[in-house]
Design a protein around this ligand. Structure first.
Ligand code: SF4
Length: 360
């Protein structure tokens, strides 16, 4: 178990990156920060930045002197830069982002067959959760991201690929251990005066941080919730996902029922299926027995190969049997495609390093 894995006593730091950068500010915060007397000036600036503008000097409805002042104060609009980018023939795009302290995260743009674009964003540099089948989990944990650093991933992807319809917090990190930054990022993503994305197009995916699920239920925002369940067998889950040693399946289920009672929302249960580990008929039956009365859809995610790991990809026949057992119980099952594999940008494959190459 990683030394930094949160315990029940330490319910995860909501450490908020207290220094605010422009891409993580509301129009009101910009007005205060920049000392503008007029609200409309802050709104003009906010419109530019939430629209993805990266250069103060091109903000042509601001007075030239103001543009130059901003340039002198901040240098560039964004605090991070793209240090590498990889495109997959299936349309996926993976970016490595160099953050202001030289650390690195990755984000991915996934495009489905209907052309819908989903941005998969990171919330932490590395991840403390140590899920055994996840590449990020083997890197360790460096720090939480600020809201600006989350938003900038969105802007970098959007300026390369255009309109993004969905956002999922499924990149590097456990979003419910950085809830305040994630909340602020969602506030900015959904602001009708800015990006204007619907809350229903945003998903937070957690490994099962029970206090975080309860906080989300109590304080919002009301977005879609996905839980990386992996298996409904408690011992096996503790082996594959150390989080289960802190919050075991019964506690997790109580928290999910609480979330559902508060929000009325259906939950998505994600299962990374590992060949011969959690794909037997008894695994499917254990899941079908565990779920009621949860209202949930099950996403089956055939494990994406990571060369340095000894797990194997699941057998397609076994996968079909697994899905059928659940469907026969009236459970909605979706098998997710392997998008982004060619750039190691698929689920569980993110994170080559915690630091970007300073030369790039
Ligand atoms: S699966 Fe998610 S929570 Fe688990 S180690 Fe990977 S990034 Fe962290």
């Amino acid at each position: 178990m990683p030394e930094t894995l949160p315990s029940k006593a330490d319910t995860g730091s909501d450490e908020y990156q207290s220094v605010l950068y422009l891409t993580g500010m509301t129009a009101g915060e910009m007005q205060t920060c920049l000392g503008y007397d007029q609200q409309y000036r802050a709104k003009q600036l906010y419109k530019w930045i939430s629209g993805g503008a990266a250069d103060f000097l091109l903000m042509n409805n601001l007075p030239k002197a103001e543009r130059e002042k901003l340039k002198a104060m901040f240098g560039s609009v964004r605090s991070s830069t793209v240090s590498s980018e990889l495109s997959d023939p299936d349309g996926s795009l993976k970016l490595q982002i160099r953050l202001r302290d030289g650390s690195a995260v990755e984000c991915v743009l996934l495009e489905d067959i209907e052309g819908r674009k989903t941005a998969c964003l990171s919330s932490q540099v590395g991840c403390p959760m140590g899920c055994r089948f996840c590449k990020t989990g083997q890197l360790g944990f460096l720090r939480n991201l600020g809201p600006d650093e989350i938003l900038e991933q969105y802007h970098f992807l959007s300026e390369r690929r255009g309109f993004i319809s969905n956002v999922v917090f499924m990149g590097m990190g456990e979003p419910l251990l950085n809830l305040e930054s994630v909340r602020k990022a969602i506030l900015l993503l959904t602001d009708p005066e800015g990006i204007g994305m619907s809350h229903r197009k945003i998903t937070i995916s957690t490994s099962g941080i029970v206090p975080g699920i309860r906080k989300l239920a109590d304080g919002g925002p009301q977005v879609r919730l996905a839980v990386s369940l992996t298996t409904a067998r408690n011992d096996l889950r503790s082996e594959l996902m150390p989080v289960n040693r802190s919050w075991a399946l019964p506690e997790l289920k109580d928290a999910l029922l609480y979330y559902q009672e508060k929000t009325g929302e259906r939950i998505t249960l994600e299962l990374a299926l590992l060949g011969n580990r959690n794909t037997e008929m008894e695994d499917a039956r254990a899941l079908a027995a565990w779920m009621p009365p949860l209202k949930a859809q099950v996403n089956l995610i055939p494990w994406n190969k990571i060369p340095e790991m000894s797990f194997t990809e699941p057998d397609p026949t076994q996968l079909g049997t697994f899905a059928k057992i659940l469907e026969d119980e009236g459970i909605t099952v979706v098998t997710r495609f392997h998008r982004g594999r060619g750039v190691m940008g698929a689920c569980g494959q993110l994170g080559d390093t915690l630091y970007a190459d300073p030369g790039e």
